[in-house]
Design a protein around this ligand. Structure first.
Ligand code: SF4
Length: 366
């Protein structure tokens, strides 16, 4: 396998080809129409673990509701989580909110301009800081996400690190190479171009080498071992779907029984979900639907049982923070992705294109 040579002339030519390709081939995404640091920050946090098609919709509604950093800082957390609903990995939303409050309180609402300073904000790691600093402020700093890692490993002929180690050493080499390649004149465009190449051409399986602008410099041209995806675990779960006619005088609203996760829960604290059932096994006539719901590396096979109001006490474990919520109110609440999916499929909430949440990048926020 040919060793890569990274002489300055070659690097210059690679940058130029990549940037020309990007200008013609890049996807028209809403966050690419703005150079505002706040808008770029929001998009980068959303994109960390979620597919682009899903982010496009949520990004627009999030920025419509919170057009400025200060408007985000002033919003109640539950409202921020509601707007995040369906994107998954809710810790990102909480950290974004916290960081916005910090910047509003201590920096007159102005985000720091350098990658080094940006990293001091809650939830902003090396990746996000570099993305904001290079795209919004033109700082010459490389952005390395999972896509960029894959492209650079293939370009250089480095095999992905196995489970037995070598990960830190490989990452160091990747960072050095990324630093060397990033274009000093257009670092933001260059970083986006390399990420775009990984997302659309240098795919994990079946890289499109014939249309790749870097093919002539690539040591592998697709003949490369990519780290295998982690195996998905399978788990089963059962939840109650209990709906009744609203009790308020004259109200025709229907209400659904929801339960709030404890504030101390390790996952999705404070969010609203359907109540879990005592018994996962129940008579077939009560089965409302089955569905699969992926969270990180776990596939949940979920059974939803219809529970009549009078049976709820008997079928649901005691002690949860439950309440009947009008469906019109539930739509704007911080629902878990699963709860929103079930209510949407049951035609109780309007459909949103949120079903296909999938990991996209391995970056700063778990
Ligand atoms: S030539 Fe193929 S393997 Fe190499 S960087 Fe381009 S798409 Fe990836």
């Amino acid at each position: 396998m040919a060793k890569p040579s990274w002489e300055p002339e070659k690097v210059t030519a690679m940058r130029s080809r990549l940037l020309s390709w990007y200008e013609f081939s890049r996807r028209d995404l809403p966050w690419r129409r703005s150079a505002a640091p706040y808008a770029i920050w929001v998009s980068e946090i959303m994109l960390q673990q979620t597919r682009v098609a899903v982010v496009v919709e949520r990004y627009k509604s999030f920025l419509a509701r919170f057009p400025t950093l200060v408007s985000l800082a002033l919003a109640p957390e539950q409202e921020v989580l509601a707007l995040w609903s369906g994107l998954g990995y809710y810790r990102r939303a909480r950290m974004l909110h916290k960081a916005a409050q910090f910047v509003a309180d201590h920096r007159q609402g102005n985000l720091p301009a350098t990658a080094e300073e940006l990293r001091t904000l809650p939830g902003v790691g090396a990746y996000t800081a570099a993305a904001i600093a290079s795209i919004a402020h033109g700082e010459r700093v490389a952005v390395v996400d999972g896509n960029v890692e894959r492209v650079l490993c293939r370009l250089a002929g480095w095999e992905a690190a196995g489970r037995n180690g070598g990960r830190a050493a490989l990452r160091k080499k990747i960072d050095l190479l990324a630093d060397q390649l990033v274009d000093p004149a257009r670092p933001g465009d260059f970083n986006q171009a390399l990420m775009e190449l990984g997302a659309t051409v240098c795919l994990p399986r079946n890289p499109q080498c014939l249309v790749c602008p870097l093919a002539s410099d690539c040591a592998t041209k697709g003949e490369h071992k990519t780290q295998p995806r982690p195996r998905m675990e399978s788990r089963e779960a059962a939840y109650a779907l209990s709906v009744r006619t609203g009790r308020l005088a004259g109200a025709s609203n229907r209400e659904v029984l929801l339960e709030q996760r404890p504030g101390s829960a390790g996952v999705m604290p404070g969010m609203w979900e359907l109540p879990a059932l005592h018994e996962a096994v129940f008579p077939q006539q009560f089965l409302r639907m089955t569905l699969r719901h992926a969270i990180m590396h776990v596939n949940y096979y979920v059974r939803i049982r219809t529970v009549f109001e009078d049976d709820a006490e008997e079928l649901l474990p005691a002690g949860g923070e439950r309440r009947w919520v009008a469906l019109s109110e539930a739509a704007g609440m911080a629902l878990t992705g699963l709860a929103r999916k079930v209510l949407t499929r049951a035609h109780l909430l309007p459909a949103l294109p949120l079903d296909a949440i999938a990991p996209r990048r391995q970056t700063d926020v778990p």
